[in-house]
Ligand binder design. Sequence first.
Ligand SMILES: NC(=O)c1ccc[n+]([C@@H]2O[C@H](COP(=O)([O-])OP(=O)(O)OC[C@H]3O[C@@H](n4cnc5c(N)ncnc54)[C@H](OP(=O)(O)O)[C@@H]3O)[C@@H](O)[C@H]2O)c1
Length: 254
Amino acid sequence: MSERKKHIIITGASKGFGRDLSVHLAESGTVLHLVARSDMSDQVHELEARGAEVHAWRQDLTLTGELNDFLAGIAATISRQDTGYLGLVNNAGMIEPVGPAGKYDYQDYKKNLEINFVAPLLLAHAFIQQFQAWSPVKRVVMISSGAAGKPYHGWSHYCSTKAGVDMFVRTIGIEQEKQRYPVEIMAFNPGRIGTDMQKTIRETSEEDFPMVHDFISAYREGKIGDSSEIAGGLARLMMAEFFPFGEVLSKRDL
Ligand SMILES: NC(=O)c1ccc[n+]([C@@H]2O[C@H](COP(=O)([O-])OP(=O)(O)OC[C@H]3O[C@@H](n4cnc5c(N)ncnc54)[C@H](OP(=O)(O)O)[C@@H]3O)[C@@H](O)[C@H]2O)c1
């Protein structure tokens, strides 16, 4: 792959899987654009010590009307002639509010749809628009979930949004294969991983989420995947010669 810079945008980079992925991607020649609402100063220093150039962008991704300008702001910092690789990882996500549709606050339900579905699609759309005509390798990863293929009582928003993300990837896949300089896109389901999101799931009530005991047992029995190990596998795939364009993969495919 090219000696020129690799620019990679990671949403939800401040903790959990996104943070682990940023560590695995941090090396000399890579420019990481970390996106989250939290302060990421410590993480920036840690990744710089690994040789990467790092920019922290604080953005609430539920403010979906701002995302075209937000992506354009990042793109404005990227020089076309010095760039050999462009990446976008739509990783930010949330599970709350857990409970049957109609039970909890309308605005909270809407936020879930925005962070899990509207924001990642809009960012991917803006990324394609900005960079379609650029010749370097361009790769988008949409972080999906096993919930995309299975209904869980209490997760109507989460299951639907992740299923929608998978279909977006399949659709963009057939569109982009016709392009001169395609944006290669895939969805990736990391499986259950030991992050704050899993902790939130284990703390929900049985009434709102009848499967809660299954998640607690899996945790106690050590059946939760290692976030850093799986992030490492995804980082390797993102840099590999072959990238599974238009497909939905899981950790078993790594
Ligand atoms: N954990 C699992 O078992 C599991 C399983 C399958 C799929 N996934 C998927 O993996 C991805 C990462 O999940 P995780 O477990 O690492 O979650 P996590 O530990 O809860 O981290 C979520 C990340 O998203 C960011 N985020 C949340 N709301 C945001 C907002 N409104 N604007 C901007 N950033 C926001 C958070 O940053 P700030 O709070 O700093 O904004 C944080 O960096 C998600 O897409 C999730 O659906 C997770």
